[in-house]
Design a protein around this ligand. Structure first.
Ligand SMILES: *Cc1c(COP(=O)(O)O)cnc(C)c1O
Length: 388
């Protein structure tokens, strides 16, 4: 039996009838759009994520675009982000007319290098063509970025900070969630993410009531929201008063119902993911480079990513033994055609370029059994020993 890379069916079986009942309840209620599960889920997310405000939205990509829209970031503005990430992180900027500026990552954590960020900001300022406005740090593979260092750089230059926690929602640093340092934290509920739904979905966590209100408006076509209506009266339904250009980025009620069930077991799943990670480290650290988590950090292990010589040979050997692997990400974003026109940090991105050729991710999910995991470990050990 091949070992699954991510086993969503094992999770579904654990969630059992209550999950299916929750979906059916929405089907029968008819409240498919903005039903009561949406507000209930946003409240549960806020409690779990220790954020004053949570907005559910249509995807993790929209979750990045909406705050940029709310801040009025657009043409002529620079937003700094890593290149060693999923394309959506960088895509948010061109979608609002702004320019991404690519920053290198730390060689051990694969997360944004605050020194490269500082250098990139200074270079953009010196050139004078773009105005630095914001930074998007990514919690790559599930572990928190170096938020204390990145926040310091943002404060020195007056920049907003977004934590793109699509892979890392639930991760902590010194016991605190990324929103403790960031102005905004975003996540994705794509099914394969640590907290996923049964389709597309996303969320924006934030700390300021007026800003959250603006996101609520942007999510539904710029409709007038509480703060727009204060002290005004209307002779028509103010719901159809569109005071700004927004979009449609609602999350489906059914997805909120799914997520309410999944959130109940999420803390337990994070613990299980960490047990799997520990077992990999024990079985592999003498032969390959296993992940380093930032000091004080707890990862949610969206991926368990190792570095091995002859990565592609290893992938082929594992495939033959029924062990799937994946490479995240083989081509850094700044090397991809449409993104190669945007600026990078002044010294380039040497770490990003080196790592793209070395990393390989192993099966990782909370239901990976010790037996299956030992098969993965044994297959890797056999290949590495035979090839050195
Ligand atoms: C998945 C992902 C996104 C985008 O999420 P979608 O819900 O697929 O739009 C953004 N950033 C990172 C780092 C991701 O891994």
């Amino acid at each position: 039996m091949p070992i699954p890379f991510i086993d969503l069916q094992a999770q579904r079986q654990r969630l059992g009838q209550p999950l299916e009942d929750a979906i059916l309840k929405v089907v029968r209620s008819g409240a498919y759009i903005m039903g009561p599960e949406i507000a209930a889920f946003e409240a549960e997310m806020a409690a779990f994520g220790e954020a004053p405000f949570v907005l559910s939205c249509a995807s993790g990509t929209d979750a990045l675009v909406l705050p940029l829209m709310a801040w009025g970031i657009g043409p002529g503005d620079a937003v700094f982000c890593p290149s060693f990430t999923f394309a959506a992180t960088a895509e948010a900027m061109p979608l609002v007319g702004a320019s991404p500026v690519f920053v290198d990552v730390d060689a051990r954590t694969y997360n944004m290098d605050a020194k490269s960020l500082e250098a990139a900001i200074q270079a953009v300022k010196a050139k004078g063509e773009l105005t630095p406005k914001a930074v998007i740090a990514v919690d790559l593979f599930g572990q928190p970025a170096d938020y204390p260092a990145i926040r310091k750089v943002c404060d020195a230059h007056g920049l907003k900070l977004i934590a793109d926690s699509a892979q890392g929602f639930g991760c902590t640093l010194g016991g605190r969630h990324p929103i403790h340092w960031a102005d905004v934290a975003t996540t994705s509920f794509f099914p394969a993410k640590p907290l996923g739904c049964y389709g597309d979905g996303g969320a924006v966590l934030s700390k300021d009531a007026r800003f959250h209100d603006l996101l609520v408006s942007l999510r539904v076509h710029g409709q007038a929201v509480k703060s727009d209506l204060e002290g005004r009266t209307f002779d028509h339904d103010p719901r159809y008063l569109n005071v700004r250009v927004g979009t449609n980025s609602r999350m489906d009620t059914i997805q909120a119902a799914v997520l309410l069930e999944k959130l109940k077991i999420f803390p337990d799943e994070i613990e299980a993911r960490n047990r799997v990670a520990d077992r990999y480290a024990e079985g592999l650290s003498d032969l390959v480079t296993v992940p380093t988590v930032i000091e004080g950090g707890v990862s949610v292990w969206a991926q368990y990513t190792i570095e091995a010589p002859n990565r592609d040979g290893l992938a082929a050997a594992l495939r033959e033994k029924g062990v799937p692997t994946a490479v995240y990400y083989p081509i850094p974003i700044h090397r991809q055609g449409v993104y190669s026109v945007y600026p990078t940090a002044p010294d380039g991105l040497p770490v990003t370029e080196a790592k793209a050729g070395q990393v390989i991710s192993l099966p990782m999910h909370p239901y990976l059994t010790p037996d299956d995991q030992d098969q993965v470990i044994a297959a890797i050990r056999a290949f590495v020993k035979a090839n050195r």
